[in-house]
Design a binder for this molecule. Structure first.
Ligand SMILES: *[C@@H]1O[C@H](CO)[C@@H](O)[C@H](O)[C@H]1NC(C)=O
Ligand SMILES: *[C@@H]1O[C@H](CO)[C@@H](O)[C@H](O)[C@H]1NC(C)=O
Length: 438
């Protein structure tokens, strides 16, 4: 009696264990380095079966999705082979709309990395090798221990260019580990245990302990010599997530999403010309003295649609500085609406003084807010253009029989994807957006 009761109990236990054991579901999903095709009925169990799973929410008719697909196929076996594997899966989000709306999918393709079940929007590159490199950040050790100069070099090389890098020299890793965990998704953290004097020259520090930070994309480096107390240390780390003066484009706007500071935006004619480079240097100096504001710049030539948001047209005298609240308003400083070529350093100072003293005029922006920009990935001008193109296409369709069945849908894709770069020109030819890869 007792024994049979026990065996039933054990059986039940084994059975329920089978139900909840993730290992079983892993087998069900065959994590063999191929891309899993999920559907509504197995989506949730896939998410809970893997610690790290990147999901591609795609639509069968979307051109960008088709181009992404072979990249994911190539990345999947590499990611499956990591010490901490990352599984790649995809789901037809056009068919399984309930899931699409649950995860707020508003464009195709959308990639989300689920870490222990929690989704994080993937904003990295979409070429297989770069995608692998970007994702490695999320499964890397919180603090990497580097034993030699060679190890430091390799670490920096592997880290790539997307995240800021912090290297502690002569620093006990326990001192930065709290922040390395807290900011794991934003930066690489490491401690050099062995290094030569050459490394001191390369990284430009002259005593230890030192925490060196640099951002490979922006060519900016800083050194922190202490005090290594939580507040100072965290302030230093947080300040270095963003460059002192950042170029504003779709990628960097996303970085500003969690910012709370207002943005001092300088609109120049062309970001890359000699005059602008000089001005950017001055802006960096101003930025380091005004840490309560974020400094950014954008070229009229580089992103006309965005500058249009702040009433800049061909006739506007540039450079022009404004302070954007990231929402729907921006401030112009009376008497400092635009800049002359001479002595721009003092003009920046006057602008900031005027702003702090409240000699400003508040204006409403013409385009979307920052979050609006990021969410919609589309500007007012593009809507006009799309309406125009659709009208033309409808006209053509009425004149001749259509020979392409996916014409209207392509536009949806274009709205979502294309806005990353100079919209107008690219879209007007044949409406085939390029991916915004680097
Ligand atoms: C979901 O996919 C699994 C595995 O491919 C399959 O067995 C199941 O029938 C599918 N369910 C639906 C609703 O399509
Ligand atoms: C680093 O700090 C930890 C904890 O504070 C301590 O146990 C360890 O001995 C320290 N290591 C070195 C090399 O100082």
């Amino acid at each position: 009696m007792n024994i049979s009761f026990l065996s039933v109990f054990l059986l039940a236990l084994v059975f329920s264990f089978q139900l909840i054991n993730p290992f079983v579901s892993c087998q069900q999903f065959k994590a063999d380095g191929s891309v899993l095709e999920l559907n509504e009925s197995n989506f949730d169990s896939a998410i809970s079966a893997f610690d790290f799973i990147l999901v591609d929410f795609y639509a069968p008719w979307c051109g960008h999705c088709k181009r992404l697909s072979p990249e994911l196929d190539a990345a999947a076996p590499v990611l499956a082979g990591l010490d901490q594997p990352i599984v790649i899966a995809k789901i037809n989000a056009d068919k399984f709309r309930r899931l699409a709306s649950k995860y707020e999918i508003d464009g195709f393709p959308t990639l989300k990395l689920f870490m222990h079940g929690t989704p994080l929007e993937y904003t990295g590159p979409r070429k297989a090798d770069l995608l692998v490199r970007f994702l490695k950040k999320f499964v890397a050790p919180d603090v990497s221990l580097l034993e030699s100069d060679v190890a430091i070099r390799n670490f920096v090389e592997t880290a790539g260019t997307h995240f800021p890098i912090y290297i502690g020299f002569g620093l006990n890793e326990s001192i930065i580990s709290e922040f390395a965990i807290k900011y794991k998704k934003k930066a690489w953290f490491s401690v050099a245990k062995g290094f030569s004097e050459e490394a001191m020259v390369t990284y430009d520090f002259d005593k230890v302990p030192a925490l060196v930070s640099f951002h490979p994309s922006y060519n900016e480096r800083s050194i922190f010599y202490g005090p290594f107390e939580d507040k100072f240390l965290e302030d230093f780390i947080k300040q270095k997530f963003l460059p002192l003066s950042m170029p504003i484009n779709y990628e960097t706007l996303r970085l500003l999403k969690d910012e709370e500071r207002k943005i001092v935006l300088t609109i120049v004619e062309d970001e890359t010309d000699e005059k602008s480079l000089k001005l950017i240097k001055l802006l960096k100096a101003a930025a380091s003295a005004n840490r309560d504001l974020v400094f950014g710049y954008v070229g009229f030539k580089q992103w006309e649609d965005f500058t249009d948001t702040f009433d800049v047209t061909k006739k506007t005298k540039l450079p022009k500085m404004i302070v954007w609240d990231r929402d729907e308003e921006y401030a112009s400083v009376i008497g400092s609406e635009s800049m002359d070529e001479e002595d721009q350093g003092s003009q920046i100072t006057r602008f900031l003084e005027g702003y702090r003293e409240g000699r400003t005029v508040q204006k409403r922006i013409r385009g979307p807010s920052l979050v609006g920009y990021i969410n919609s990935l589309i500007s007012i001008r593009t809507i006009y253009l799309i309406v125009f193109v659709i009208a033309v296409l409808m006209l053509i369709q009425t004149l001749q029989k259509p020979d392409e069945d996916d014409v209207p849908q392509r536009h949806t894709v274009a709205q979502v994807d294309d806005s990353s770069s100079s919209l107008t020109k690219k879209q007007s030819r044949e409406y085939r957006p390029e991916d915004k890869e680097d």
